[in-house]
Design a protein. Structure first.
Length: 344
């Protein structure tokens, strides 16, 4: 990252280190969220990092934003930063005005039904909907997808959560008015699915970073038979596995960010998502093996990250979705599998 990007990431990480404690993350368990942290980011205009300068933002790029998403995952920050900023990123992608009020986004595999300018249907597992003013989502009319904005006052909201206690609400719309209707090409629709997937990958890499750090720290502090447990060969094997998965996941994220910045992304985000599916399982297993019983207690912080890895693994455009997309592409290709996998 450049000096400016390093500075932004440094400021945000300091805020998270100082303000996001275990009690802050645990607010979700009581139906609350990190409003103080959110307001601090808003006061510093961090949520405008990737908004164009013409719209009052800092004019940052994918690298600026997705590195911040990684920090959100690393500190398990209980705020809708990813959803709000991704919604505005998507709106600017289709040359629309970003939203100033708190927004969320849900690029669903089953869009709402659009008829004569009004939408009807349901959306499941919408992140942070109960706290947002508007939602950016998809609607379909006569087989064509559109990006739309809906005021959430038009929705019936049923509160729900994922495995990590993060808000994942169910929405119902009946002849709801829309504030934006932008017809998407197939290429634009595919890119939006890639963007949402890349955002999830970024959060998951951050959670893996922290799970590895906690496990390494615990293995040095915990003693058994008169010496730290990281001196035992079996524990060293788990630490080596964690280090390898952390490095691979980090490299996968760096690769897709670089390709997004260059506008050269193809199937790399799909492959990264599949890698993170495997990594989340391996990391959670090894981290809990090293921590043993204390790792599954509510008092310890490890569950903040392993629960999120398990939850995020099954959300949005998950591994099974991308496996099918990649398989269909290979089956309909005129090239051999080897040619498709090795082409530049």
């Amino acid at each position: 990252m450049s000096e400016m990007k390093d500075m932004i990431a440094g400021v945000v990480e300091r805020i998270f280190k100082e303000k996001v404690e275990k009690e802050t993350v645990d607010l979700l368990e009581t139906g609350k969220w990190g409003e103080e942290v959110w307001q601090l980011l808003v006061e510093n205009e961090i949520e405008k990092v990737a908004i164009k300068e013409g719209h009052g933002g800092a004019g940052g790029d994918y690298e600026d934003l997705f590195h911040l998403y990684r920090l959100v995952g690393k500190y398990a920050v209980p705020i809708p930063f990813v959803e709000h900023t991704l919604a505005n990123l998507v709106l600017e992608y289709v040359n629309s005005q970003p939203q100033s009020g708190l927004s969320t986004i849900h690029i669903a595999t089953q869009p709402l039904e659009l008829i004569k300018g009004k939408v009807t249907g349901q959306l499941q597992h919408v992140p942070w909907a109960r706290y947002a003013e508007k939602i950016v989502t998809l609607a379909t009319e006569q087989g064509k997808n559109s990006l739309i904005i809906i005021d959430l006052e038009e929705a019936t909201i049923e509160n729900s959560t994922n495995l990590a206690a993060e808000p994942r609400d169910h929405l119902r719309f009946t002849d709801a008015n829309i504030l934006l209707n932008h017809l998407l090409t197939e290429q634009q629709h595919e890119f939006l699915t890639q963007l949402q997937t890349a955002a999830t990958v970024s959060k998951m890499v951050g959670a893996i970073d922290r799970a590895f750090e906690l496990t390494l720290q615990f293995s040095k502090e915990r003693e058994q038979f008169g010496r730290p447990i990281h001196r035992f060969q079996l524990v060293q094997q788990h630490l080596a596995i964690l280090a390898g998965e952390q490095a691979l996941s980090s490299s996968a994220l760096d690769n897709i960010i670089a390709l997004l910045v260059e506008g050269q992304v193809k199937d790399e985000i799909a492959f990264a998502r599949l890698k993170l599916d495997d990594a989340s399982r391996i990391v959670a297993t090894s981290a809990h093996q090293v921590h043993a019983a204390i790792g599954v207690t509510h008092e310890h912080r490890l569950h903040h990250y392993t629960r999120r890895l398990w939850a995020w693994r099954d959300e949005d455009f998950h591994g099974n979705y991308w496996r099918k997309q990649l398989a269909d592409k290979l089956l309909h290709s005129t090239n051999t599998i080897w040619e498709d996998l090795t082409k530049s």
